[in-house]
Design a protein around this ligand. Structure first.
Ligand SMILES: Cc1ncc(COP(=O)(O)O)c(C=O)c1O
Length: 486
């Protein structure tokens, strides 16, 4: 595998607010370990030289050496003569049980098991297959019946759509990655919410984008709830000043905060993007999982100024509503962009599987009933989790969320990475808050999914309780670590 050099500056930005607890070298070791476990420092990345990192972080060389030594001993770093220290993952992480083994809960995946009855629909879809068997089966744009069903669904939701505006993809992630490759030139700027869905910023970075973060503020304990939400001034200024090629937004049940953007704000943001020629991608993968939101919204693209066609692209999927194993998503865009996307696709893949498309084509007409069933499950999960967290962690701030699949909890102190590590030892995999930011922020936050059954939620909260206890036994000093390093 080809290794890549991580500069001291890039590592500093990934580390974010790392001086959170224990000795400085232990805190540095822990933070780098979490970054490796979360995949934010890919394996085979070469860490900066000790001297370079110590200068950048204002630490003694001994502190950095000690952290690197501990990473080596724990199996997270291999040193190769002449090529520095490369990040690796331990085959059996020390003190951890393999995620694959029984009894481990993976709250990193915020997703429900398959829709009940899906196997029956799949069996019926097989009977639709013969009429496609004469074709080559390589389908880069989508079978006509599915494009029509997707277009009809947008129209039913209040956004008139022609099937020609639809391209079927292998899930929403594929759609985001394809859009990033087609819309972003190397070095172009791309707006991204902060926090955001991590695989979106990864796709944008991979396409060569320079990311411009825009805050989405969760409702904070004791603060006016109306300050929560998108930093509209920041978002509009970022559009005007950095002239981004694209912006990636989740206007409904934003992942991870669960917030939704007000209608008037959608209009203003889209007007600014239209004036600037910035394409906004609205990821609506979770948008229809509405439990009890007081207002209802049209699909984001419906708020674009009349006559402005190219400024908004919608992405959707059945990954969160039906099942993640059904790899079908889609892009809604103007026809010229659809044509470009189809042309660009063949370097990456040769089309969406026909059988998956046939299953989804059968399901889309039933979406209202499917969504009613799914959101009832989510309502029960959300209420159960909220209650369990209130009992176990009365000091955490658990916001009110009206839909989606996760809640973004404020822990009250910057210990998310440590809590995430401690939780692993208690049988719970849960990504630390900084996984959802591009600059190491969000140490005070933890994303907790509520799409699991009561038993799993209870086990997860109990594991968090034990992990939290273990942190309390080793309290985190409030002082800045720079002070104790000489
Ligand atoms: C906001 C968001 N977009 C896209 C995806 C990926 O969806 P798909 O499974 O359709 O690729 C996810 C899955 O976690 C998601 O949360």
């Amino acid at each position: 595998m080809v290794d890549s050099q991580l500069s001291a500056r890039a590592l500093e930005s990934l580390l974010g607010d790392w001086r959170g607890g224990g000795n400085a070298y232990v805190a540095l070791f822990d933070r780098i370990r979490v970054l490796a476990l979360d995949g934010r420092i890919p394996t085979d990345s070469r860490l900066p030289a000790e001297r370079e990192l110590s200068a950048r972080l204002g630490l003694s060389r001994t502190t950095v050496s000690a952290a690197y030594r501990q990473l080596r001993e724990a199996g997270f770093l291999v040193s190769q003569r002449g090529s520095g220290s490369l990040i690796t993952l331990p085959v059996t992480p020390t003190g951890l049980v393999s995620v694959a083994s029984a009894g481990i809960l993976d709250f990193g995946k915020a997703t429900m098991s398959a829709l009940p009855g899906l196997a029956d629909v799949a069996a019926l879809a097989v009977s639709d297959l013969p009429r496609h068997l004469e074709s080559s089966g390589f389908d880069p744009v989508g079978i006509p019946e599915l494009r029509l069903a997707i277009a009809d669904r947008y129209t039913a939701r209040g956004l008139p759509t022609d099937p020609q505006q639809i391209m079927v993809t292998i899930g929403a992630q594929h759609a985001i990655s394809l859009l990033a490759h087609v819309l972003v030139g190397r070095g172009d700027r791309a707006l991204i919410e902060s926090p955001t869905y991590p695989h979106a910023y990864e796709a944008l970075r991979e396409a060569g984008a320079r990311l411009v973060p825009v805050s989405v503020t969760p409702a904070m304990l004791g603060e006016d709830e109306s300050v929560a939400g998108w930093d509209e001034d920041g978002l509009i200024q970022a559009i005007q000043r950095s002239n981004p090629a694209l912006g990636y937004l989740m206007p409904d049940f934003h992942n991870p905060t669960g917030l939704s953007m007000p209608a008037a704000q959608r209009e203003r943001v889209l007007a600014a993007a239209t004036r600037q020629g910035t394409v906004l991608i609205a990821d609506e993968t979770i948008a229809e999982l509405n439990i009890d939101r007081p207002e209802s919204f049209l699909p984001f693209a419906a708020y674009a100024p009349a006559g402005s066609t190219g400024s908004v692209v919608s992405v959707g999927s059945v990954g969160k509503t039906v099942w993640g194993g059904l790899r079908v998503g889609w892009i809604r865009a103007e026809r010229p962009l659809i044509r470009k996307l189809v042309a660009a696709r063949s370097a990456r893949d040769l089309g969406t599987p026909i059988i998956d498309q046939l299953i989804v084509a059968r399901l889309l007409g039933d979406m209202p009933a499917i969504l009613a069933e799914r959101t009832e499950v989510l309502r029960a999960g959300r209420d159960h989790l909220t209650q369990a967290l209130a009992t176990q962690f009365p000091d955490w701030h658990v916001p009110e969320v009206h839909g989606g699949i996760t809640t973004w909890v404020n822990l009250g102190s910057p210990v998310s990475s440590q809590l995430s590590l401690a939780a692993r030892s208690q049988g719970l995999v849960i990504p630390a808050g900084p996984r959802f930011g591009i600059d190491g922020a969000f140490e005070r936050f933890l994303r907790i999914p509520f799409c699991y059954g009561f038993d799993e939620i209870d086990r997860g909260v109990a594991a968090l309780g034990r992990a939290w206890e273990s942190l309390l036994r080793h309290p985190v000093p409030e002082t800045d670590y720079l002070a104790d390093v000489v």
